[in-house]
Design a protein around this ligand. Structure first.
Ligand code: SF4
Ligand code: SF4
Length: 221
């Protein structure tokens, strides 16, 4: 006889809503699974150790003095989470404004206009995409149009790392990776080959995970 094992879950409250989550599930995924949006650019559910690099997913947890990142915090029994706390929102807004200071915002001419996670996060956090909080410094790198399937515009890259993880860890290919440090840090191919000549054939998994218009499918005309 087949024995059914009951999946245990913890109960927590997010923004006043009582929800259940698998033990060890991160607060970010527990919230998203229950229709509660928390801004995020770099989170990948399958990745065991979160990048936690975009710093957009700050939330406040009852009993903790400082906000925590929802992508790294496991859901726990009885936890009370507030995604709208002033301290958490201030940190997330600052992170977004710093990111936008090096981002060429031209949504009207961008392939991801309307399906861009940066737009969603900015709307949620009430930050103008063309914010002037910090002085604008743009990378001004050449756009790579060598692939017949997609465009790679490194200027729009938010360095989330998702494409690199998919290519290196999930697919085991290693065609793309990070190069350089600091402001010059960017995603590139081995030997800086144009991405269309890097031997990817028809793989475009990196494009499907890019949250912004840095890796974007060409429009079918
Ligand atoms: S990547 Fe997003 S925010 Fe940037 S120009 Fe494109 S649509 Fe606008
Ligand atoms: S190209 Fe896209 S997926 Fe890759 S690091 Fe940049 S923003 Fe992230």
């Amino acid at each position: 006889m087949k024995v059914l094992t009951r999946v245990k879950s913890v109960s927590l409250t997010i923004d006043g809503k009582k929800i259940g989550a698998a033990p060890g599930e991160k607060v970010l995924w527990a919230a998203l699974d229950n229709g509660i949006y928390i801004p995020n650019l770099c989170a990948i559910r399958e990745k065991r150790e979160p990048f936690a690099s975009c710093r957009l997913c700050f939330v406040e947890v009852e009993g903790k003095d400082t906000p925590v990142t929802a992508c790294t915090t496991p859901a726990a029994e009885g936890m009370v989470v507030n995604t709208r706390g002033a301290k958490a929102l201030r940190l997330a807004r600052t992170a977004l404004e710093l990111l936008l200071a090096s981002h060429p915002v031209d949504c009207a001419h961008c392939l991801r206009n309307g399906s861009c996670e940066l737009q969603v996060a900015a709307k949620h956090l009430r930050v103008k995409l063309k914010t002037k909080t910090y002085s604008k410094i743009l990378p001004e790198l050449p756009v790579d149009s060598s692939s017949p399937l997609f465009i790679y515009d490194p200027n729009k890259c938010v360095l989330c790392g998702k494409c690199v993880w998919v290519c290196q860890e999930k697919l085991g290919r290693g065609t793309i990776g990070f190069a350089h440090r600091g402001f010059r840090r960017m995603v590139t191919t081995f030997g800086d080959e144009p991405i269309g000549r890097a031997g990817c054939q028809d793989c475009s998994e990196c494009v499907t995970v890019c949250p912004v218009g840095a890796l974007a499918f060409r429009k079918v005309t």
